[in-house]
Write a protein that binds this ligand. Structure first.
Ligand SMILES: [Zn+2]
Length: 97
């Protein structure tokens, strides 16, 4: 989990579940859908970068520095909330670089 991006101090106490599966969920262990979102507020630092013609890699680096969660990080927080499994997050999101 730490390799995937869960902060070390949170990984230790994180309680994870995996659905066993039943007839209601067709033995998948999943039912319904949950959205993961990456929300990037237009901080002044980002506004300045955009106006100066920065590329997407620069915008990504600065937004992460400012604390914007990536899709994978947002999804991993749903593992900690026991909303989905770690395996499902790995399947549905790409690694952060
Ligand atoms: Zn089920």
């Amino acid at each position: 989990m730490i390799q995937a991006g869960v902060p070390e101090d949170q990984a230790e106490s994180m309680v994870c579940y995996r659905g066993e599966g039943c007839s209601i969920c067709n033995d998948t262990g999943y039912k319904g859908r949950v959205g993961f979102y990456q929300v990037m507020p237009l901080f002044e630092e980002l506004r300045e970068l955009i106006l100066s013609g920065a590329n997407t890699a620069e915008l990504k680096r600065e937004s992460m520095r400012l604390g914007v969660k990536t899709m994978r990080q947002a999804a991993l927080s749903k593992v900690g909330e026991q909303v989905t499994s770690f395996e499902e997050v790995m399947r549905c999101t790409v690694a952060d670089d």
